[in-house]
Design a protein around this ligand. Structure first.
Ligand code: ZN
Length: 284
């Protein structure tokens, strides 16, 4: 699933293509991906004639804001791709949305697994509520992270994946941040010392910044809005590297299940001291 660095990369691409441009036609809209009160043909009718004002990101959501104050909320789901391209008249399979712009280009949403979704936003077009802080915002301090983790018995990994606690993190960057911070993913969130919270805070921000500079991580599906891969995979420390040597100590990376998710770690760099026994035994 695209996480913060991937969605932010697409946000920048989309903004370049749509700000100042008018949606001239809704070439195709699959009603099954539409959420909210404004459905199907109503949504299509509202989109036509709108001029793009900005594209914002909140967590893993995009908000295409129009000059009228309304907006279109987009979520790419597990494998959705948002592509800016030239009109061809024929769309690939699993195309769910095609918007033609006054610039002569189109914006297409293609998603084989159809977990992507769109929704109309009334003015002021704000993103989804109920989400935790943006980890790259100045307001996401080590103290704030400490308060988010404090008192929680759930594994750190589960808390960091929860969008209500911190917005935009997913499986890849949580594993990477915990590796960099030398923390075992199954440790209880509330068990971290202040020094460890500080290390985790730095690790989260660093890995996200580096991944942004690399325009994201591509394993299978992810592409930017121009179809290009993100190159951060070459720099990953643990994610997707089971059996390969740790870049720090040479110990083979292991994969286990934490918070019901495949989790990658170095058992030497991320000691299991303090991990509840039942969690430490979920090795697969
Ligand atoms: Zn190691």
């Amino acid at each position: 699933m695209p996480e913060l660095p991937e969605v932010e990369t697409i946000r920048g691409d989309l903004a370049q293509a749509v700000v100042g441009r008018i949606i001239t036609t809704v070439e195709w809209l699959d009603a099954r991906i539409v959420r909210g009160d404004v459905r199907g043909t109503d949504l299509a009718a509202r989109l036509v004639g709108r001029q793009g004002a900005a594209v914002a990101r909140r967590g893993k959501f995009l908000v295409w804001r129009f000059t009228s104050g309304a907006g279109l909320l987009l979520h790419l789901g597990m494998s959705g791709r948002l592509t800016v391209g030239s009109p061809s008249g024929t769309w690939p399979r699993h195309t769910h949305l095609v918007l033609a712009l006054s610039s002569g280009t189109t914006v297409q949403l293609v998603d084989p697994r159809r977990f992507g979704r769109v929704a109309w936003l009334e003015p002021p077009a704000e993103g989804p509520g109920g989400m935790g802080p943006e980890p790259l915002s100045p307001r996401f301090t080590a103290e704030r992270l400490g308060k988010i983790l404090a008192g929680r018995r759930a594994p750190i990994k589960a808390v960091l994946l929860d969008q209500r606690r911190v917005a935009g993190l997913g499986n890849i960057y949580v594993d990477e941040a915990l590796f960099r911070a030398h923390l075992h993913p199954a440790r209880a969130a509330g068990s971290l010392a202040t020094r460890e919270v500080g290390a985790l805070h730095r690790a989260i921000r660093r890995v996200l910044r580096e991944a942004l500079a690399d325009r994201g991580t591509t394993f299978l599906d992810y592409r930017d809005a121009y179809g290009q891969v993100g190159v951060h995979a070459a720099r990953l420390g643990v994610y997707g590297r089971a059996g390969e040597p740790c870049r720090r100590c040479g110990t083979p990376i292991v994969r286990m299940v934490v918070a019901a998710r495949g989790t990658h770690l170095c058992a030497r760099c991320q000691p299991s001291a303090g991990v509840p026994e039942t969690d430490a035994e979920t090795n697969v």
